[in-house]
Design a protein around this ligand. Structure first.
Ligand code: FCB
Length: 467
């Protein structure tokens, strides 16, 4: 049976600055932590970097036309902090702001709603050199930068997102070290999580002050749909611990104004959390206009037994250190079923569960799926076309789950396919293709895959057909 989404639903695609822009030395841009990290041997597959990426900085207008051809009505992109405020302090660089102003104007000319993310992981390197997210000052620097961008673009951008996936910034960046800046210090990761939260709250305040009344403020998290392998007490406790470190460390202060007591006691052998100052939780709990949810796959955990992987490998990632401070006795397991090219299980019920969880936890707060999608090893056929039926199946399954959640009461306002284009997939380099549009990295030619056509039809009609 086909199902319909309501009129006004946002059908978008998503990207991030470092993954697509290239032009890393142009217009006064200074290096971000991802420039430094990707240029460090051994950190990114194949030695790939974002130096050129998909050259979106120079192909911006063509890429907006491409999007318009796909019929999407929204586009989620991120602003590169070191492009608009080199080194992360002081005045903005006009050329950097001009790039985003031109992008936004072209989107608006094509009837595409811009959805702007301020921070998708590209911290100016100078701020990392000064201590990075584990230092409190970074949160204040982030709020300054938010004000600069809001003052420049607030007249034409209504939808603002502070952070993308603070979990990845804090725990992959500072604990497992598989993301920039590549540190492996569990206490630094907990400090980073708090200062990302604080930066979110301060930036949200700065946005409210700088934006016109119609401006909307959000944050995009990547909550984990975490399941216990069995319902033994030990496995349920493993789930509780990972839920605290994956989800509640962000959503409890953001939605409820306090850190979870169990998180503080689970990590008390590492830190006393004295880096949380008295008013911080109140600052972090800034009323939001929507909550962005990025979802790819669920996680399955248990209490570790002797036959499980050693704790340092117990992270569900390729890193050598765990991204989970204080969760040494927890083991991760592959969920059953098909996997994507990332090795991530395909399981839309995780998305359904998360939408229902936040519907219960934050009644009245609209939800937006700000990322969902899958990597497959797409290749052009003999005639140059790219067929990706697995991606269509993945999207269909997840959109069916979204529809089911909406029928069960979730107030979901939009869906953003990750990603518009194949691009630089962080530590995996260019080896993993998430795009609805194929990119030939030698020529930068763009070829819409069959999923792009399928998605265009969905965006046009709002009707999800039978698969
Ligand atoms: C998310 C990131 C996004 C992209 C997808 C595959 O965690 O936000 O940039 O890499 O994963």
């Amino acid at each position: 049976m086909s199902v319909s989404f309501p009129p006004g639903f946002l059908w978008g695609t998503a990207t991030a600055a470092y993954q697509i822009e290239g032009a890393v030395r142009e217009g006064g841009r200074t290096p971000s932590i991802w420039d430094t990290f990707s240029h460090t041997p051994g950190k990114v597959e194949n030695g790939d970097t974002g130096d050129v990426a998909v050259d979106h900085f120079h192909r911006r207008a063509d890429d907006v036309r491409l999007m318009s051809g796909l019929g999407v009505n929204a586009y989620r992109f991120s602003v590169s902090w070191p492009r608009v405020q080199p080194t992360g302090r002081g005045p903005a660089v006009q050329r950097g702001l001009d790039f985003y102003r031109a992008l936004v104007d072209e989107l608006l000319d094509h009837g595409i709603t811009p959805v702007l993310t301020l921070y998708h992981w590209d911290l100016p390197q100078e701020l990392e050199t000064a201590g990075g997210w584990p230092e409190r000052d970074t949160a204040y620097r982030f709020a300054d930068y938010a004000r600069i961008v809001a003052e420049a673009l607030g007249d034409r951008v209504d939808r603002w997102t502070t952070l993308n996936e603070p979990w990845c910034s804090a725990f992959l960046g500072y604990a497992s070290g598989v993301h920039a800046p590549g540190r492996t210090d569990p206490v630094a990761a907990l400090r980073a999580a708090h200062h990302l939260n604080l930066g979110h709250g301060l930036a949200a305040q700065a946005l409210r002050t700088a934006l016109p009344a119609r401006g909307q403020v959000s944050v995009s998290i990547n909550p984990s749909a975490v399941r216990a392998r069995t319902d033994t007490e030990a496995d349920l406790d493993a789930r509780r611990r990972i839920d605290a470190l994956a989800n509640r460390v962000f959503t409890d202060p953001m939605l409820h104004g306090a850190y979870p007591a169990d998180l503080l006691s689970d990590t008390e052998h590492l830190t006393d959390w004295s880096f949380v100052h008295g008013d911080d939780p109140a600052v972090i709990r800034h009323p939001l206009d929507s909550l962005g949810i990025n979802y790819y796959a669920p996680s399955v955990v248990s209490a570790a037994t002797d036959s499980d992987l050693p704790p340092e490998r117990n992270d569900g990632h390729d890193g050598t250190r765990s991204p989970w401070p204080g969760a040494d006795g927890v083991a991760f397991h592959q969920a059953p079923g098909d996997v994507t090219d990332m090795g991530w299980p395909v399981d839309p019920t995780g998305l359904y569960d998360l939408l229902m969880r936040y519907t219960r936890e934050a009644p009245g707060l609209p939800l937006v799926i700000t990322e969902n999608g899958a990597a497959y090893p797409d290749k052009p056929g003999y005639d140059g076309t790219v067929h990706d039926p697995e991606r269509i199946r993945y999207l269909h399954g997840h959109l069916s789950a979204v529809h089911r959640a909406m029928a069960d009461g979730a107030d979901v306002r939009g869906y953003f396919l990750w990603s518009l284009l194949d691009n630089f997939e962080w530590a995996y380099g260019y080896g993993k293709r998430f795009g609805a549009v194929y990119v030939d990295y030698d020529t930068q030619a763009r070829v819409p895959k069959s999923s792009a056509r399928w998605y265009a039809e969905l965006a046009r009609t709002g009707v999800l057909p039978d698969c």
